[in-house]
Design a protein around this ligand. Structure first.
Ligand code: COA
Length: 178
């Protein structure tokens, strides 16, 4: 049994611990705090057996890139279209899932799915975003499977995105009809 709820200030030290245990991408306290202060509805934690076992944190960005808006794949977007869309200045709200993790003994129980489902709901219904996107290591099959289960599509590869040189997929889920 677990519950997913909005994070509070006092959860941040434990969220940071989970992040350190589970991912090589780590952040300073102020980064977590600014996500919570600015986009708190989309900062979620999962609780089981009286302790935090997972989190998902996101921010909302203004984007005009058709790829991040979920309107096209990288290979379909010529340079011209990208330049035009950035000049036209049609900025739209887009969710960016910054980090999601579940402590290893609690995996494969649906907690990651619940965190992701609630993130998508909040980003779409509360923040009114057109799409949600994320970066993921190209070898992180558990996470890629999870995102694909929810309909995210691989739209771009960023070469050497991670500090150890690994490439990232950008994956996007369109939340609104185009
Ligand atoms: C990715 C992660 C959050 C998934 O959390 P979880 O609670 O285990 O996810 P769920 O139990 O809801 O699983 C949902 C789906 O994800 C996929 N999945 C999860 N773990 C998997 C694994 N080890 N191998 C393959 N697919 C996996 C499956 O499609 C699964 O659905 P299924 O159980 O019906 O097959 C978790 O593995 C994790 O914390 N990993 C380390 C941190 C990380 O990589 N975060 C993502 C950074 S981009």
């Amino acid at each position: 049994m677990f519950v997913v709820r909005r994070a509070r200030d006092e959860d941040l030290p434990e969220v940071m611990k989970i992040n350190l245990e589970t991912l090589p991408e780590n952040y300073w306290y102020g980064f977590y705090k600014s996500l919570l202060d600015n986009w708190g509805e989309a900062f979620l934690v999962a609780e089981a057996e009286g302790k935090l076992v997972g989190y998902a944190m996101s921010r909302i960005e203004e984007q005009s890139d058709p790829v991040l808006l979920g309107l096209a794949k990288e290979e379909e977007v010529g340079l011209l279209r990208r330049v035009i869309s950035s000049f036209k200045g049609e900025l739209r709200p887009v969710g960016h899932l910054v980090s999601i993790a579940v402590r290893s003994p609690y995996r494969r129980m649906g907690i990651g799915s619940s965190l992701l489902r609630e993130t998508i709901n909040v980003v779409r219904d509360f923040y009114k975003a057109d799409s949600i996107y994320l970066e993921v290591r190209v070898t992180n099959y558990p996470a890629i499977n999870l995102y694909e289960k929810f309909g995210f599509k691989k739209v771009r590869v960023i070469k050497g995105y991670y500090s150890d040189g690994e490439d990232a997929y950008v994956m996007v889920l369109r939340l609104k009809a185009p």
